[in-house]
Design a protein around this ligand. Structure first.
Ligand code: SF4
Length: 228
């Protein structure tokens, strides 16, 4: 049996477009990632920042309800700052690492109020300087809150980009830089939502469902040792 055609855009000239188009069709109607759902209700950078911070190492269903509980009590940085860390922890429970996240959320609100009058900044350096905010969170706030370009690389985007052979990287940060050179700019914002949904349903971490994958003939399955 001949190996599947590689998905690297430089080699196949257009397979990346085909992959994205196929995945878009395949994922039509599937649930949105929790942070996109929060953004869809209201694309407010503060809401996106809060829910992304809650989402780290937390299941989507938990993130969605925890975010809405907290945002109902604290819709602004000023209101969040008025809550005690203990109250924040109770509101976001059972999100993963809820005590640490509560402290980070409070410290983040304090920084927003003291430095920016409560407004969420849009510059990458200013976002990264906020407590508890890494590149993934900063990019998602810029993408969904301000419609600014940037590739938000989380664990799904990192894993699937490597399996497809778009990049050969060890960390999400390396993947972000590498994708900037191979991914057409029109995909920089939507790629996160697309690959998160795909990664949650078919191209899962340990044993992906390759036998029913709509792009299996375009995927070199790099690094996949076990599949279903
Ligand atoms: S599910 Fe398998 S075939 Fe499909 S993209 Fe992932 S690794 Fe490739």
């Amino acid at each position: 049996m001949s190996p599947p055609t590689g998905g690297f855009p430089g080699e196949t000239g257009g397979s990346l477009e085909e992959i994205v188009a196929t995945l878009r069709e395949f994922l039509k109607g599937s649930p949105l990632p929790s942070v996109s759902e929060v953004a869809q209700r209201k694309a407010d950078p503060f809401r996106i920042l809060v829910s992304t911070m809650i989402s780290l190492r937390t299941k989507d269903e938990v993130t969605a309800t925890a975010s809405e509980r907290l945002l109902a009590r604290a819709p602004t940085a000023q209101a969040l700052l008025r809550l005690e860390s203990k109250e924040i922890a109770e509101l976001i429970y059972p999100a993963g690492f809820y005590n640490t996240k509560a402290k980070n959320l409070k410290a983040m609100a304090e920084a927003l109020v003291s430095l920016y009058g409560g407004r969420v900044p849009e510059a990458m350096e200013q976002l990264l300087a906020l407590p508890g905010v890494g590149r993934k969170t900063a990019n998602l706030v810029r993408n969904l809150g301000y419609d600014l370009e940037g590739i938000c690389v989380d664990t799904h985007v990192h894993r699937i980009s490597n399996r497809l052979g778009w990049v050969q990287t060890k960390t999400p940060e390396q993947t972000e830089s590498a994708l900037e050179t191979v991914l057409p700019r029109k995909y920089w914002i939507p790629i996160n939502e697309l690959l998160v949904r795909f990664g949650q349903t078919l191209c899962t971490p340990l044993s992906p469902f390759c036998s029913r994958c709509p792009i299996r003939t375009l995927c070199p399955r790099i690094g996949v040792e076990r599949s279903r």
